[in-house]
Design a protein around this ligand. Sequence first.
Ligand SMILES: [Zn+2]
Length: 321
Amino acid sequence: MKKLKASEIRTDGGTQPRAGIDENAVTEYAAAYESGEKLPPLLVCFDGKSYWLADGFHRYHAHTRLDHAEIECEGRQGTRSDALWMGIEANRKQNSLRFTQQDKAEAIRMILSDPTLRGKSDAEISRQVGVDGTTVADHRKRIIGNPKDAPPAESDTRIVLRNGKPYQMKVANIGRRPAPAPEPAPDAPEEHLEEIESYDAPSPAAPAELRDELGKPVPAPMRANWQKATAALRALMAQVQAVRKGCGEIIDQPWAVFFTHQRAEIDLRNAYHALKFALPYTTCPYCKGSLKHDGAECKACKGQGWVSKDIYESAPKNLRA
Ligand SMILES: [Zn+2]
């Protein structure tokens, strides 16, 4: 057993063998931790460089929600692929959160998309996931050996920017091939990605009073850039999510054999987080929006009067009050 910093634990390697995160479960676990209850440690695989989270994604999110600096982990030697493989077994065996049919389908897809794990036999994979052998064979046929070239699924809406404001655009009939899309298999996961955040377009009318992420009013002089930054960054975040979704959808296509979903997913997730961490969070704790700090130009907010969440949280406590 060892304690790891939350930031040391890698959750970005596609090792979560579930169709998504159940927010209710995260809330439940967070409440349990807060009441002093001890839950089992997380399972991580160490490959000599990174700690890949194998089991305990919901507990991990509960820890980070509570801003726990350190998390108790059980460490094993293993690669990223090993973490995925072990995590599937752990998820199948545990009883507190049901490993649903959709989760199982996602787990099979992840195994068959993994360059190392896809070499395992159908029998081995079916035992690990907890399905019968023909289910794995069917998935394998669809992912690797589908003879029919089918057009990729397109999402129905696209976010476009007009004068810095995001709008949803229907693209259902734009550039769609006349051939109908193939029927998805009944057990196919509807969503390959976790962490999809739906984007609610703001109402076109500017709010009478704009509040920051801490619920405090945004001072008038910095409102215009605040809104521009929020709208543009959120629109780009939605676009990145749409690309991630698209990448998850082509993986089953026979012509996508040279596409490394893992690599695209990691890079796109990084892009998403880079955009997310640039969002306006609150008024600059150093200059309080005056742009002057200790008689000089405030360096923290770079002439904006507001800062991102990261900058805010790294400011000394007495300034944040
Ligand atoms: Zn400042």
